[in-house]
Design a protein around this ligand. Sequence first.
Ligand code: XMP
Length: 317
Amino acid sequence: DWTPDSFVESTVAELKEKLGNDKVVLGLSGGVDSTVAAVLLDKAIGDNLYCIFVNNGLLRKHEFENVLDQYKHMGLNVKGVDAGDRFLDKLKGKSDPEEKRKAIGNTFIDVFDDEAHRIENVTWLGQGTIYPDVIESVSVKGPSATIKSHHNVGGLPDFMKLKIVEPLRMLFKDEVRRVGRSMGIDDELLGRHPFPGPGLAIRILGDITAEKVRILQEVDFIFIEGLKKWGLYNDVWQAGAILLPVNSVGVMGDERTYEKVVALRAVSSTDGMTADWVDLPYKFLQETSNKIINQVKGVNRVVYDISSKPPATIEWE
Ligand code: XMP
């Protein structure tokens, strides 16, 4: 019978056998899959696992610091790499969604490759690939497509030539969570909403500047903290805010304002393939909208996205 405990026991034994004294490099994203994969590998080979957590500058507010701390508390051998400026620089002037994705994917690969080169004699690349990723390996979005497009222009980066170890490749998401829980990973981390690799870049419609990232981080923070405070976070599959590329007219005191509009999006789903907008309480929306407009300089209007997928997508880009 499959149980999380027996899976951990047999997988750790297999990893020990397979890896011996070899070194493994693994990219942590802050998400469930890479974290659970890292903890399993850590149990098997300890500090021969080298984790790299890259800040692309497009994460949620405080996310890089908080998650890095969490990883350290878990005893992982992790290096945080703050590369926000490098990503912003590559994104400068780009407003096409796929160009933004490509710039972020390629920059990630460069940063990760640089870091992997610093580890002497590393022979394995650890990945948090899960079963749905395996069967959907020809996805339009996501890392495999990113790497492919990079490969076509620049040749395969060195870390991609490493042998691959993927301890979760036979598991579904709910099994990954159960395995994580049985190893003592925090429920808060295991229950986090999915967050796209390109991060806030695909929620800032049009081109990206440090100021727009700051605005969206503040808005997103108010929205997500509010969901948690109201006990709604776990009823929602994914939530976030989108910074629209339009200004709208408002009034403040006697002054006319002309500032940004943000959209809030919260969906229910099982796998992200289809999704419904969530019927959040009006009182919650009211409180959240007021907070955003009062506290975030540069925003004077909030709208709520009531589109289902299909035909809309979850992200706006
Ligand atoms: P859509 O917008 O296609 O999103 O309905 C479905 C799920 O995929 C996530 N998503 C991405 N994840 N890289 C990722 O790692 C991407 O480029 C990307 N685009 C969308 C999205 O957040 C949702 O969970």
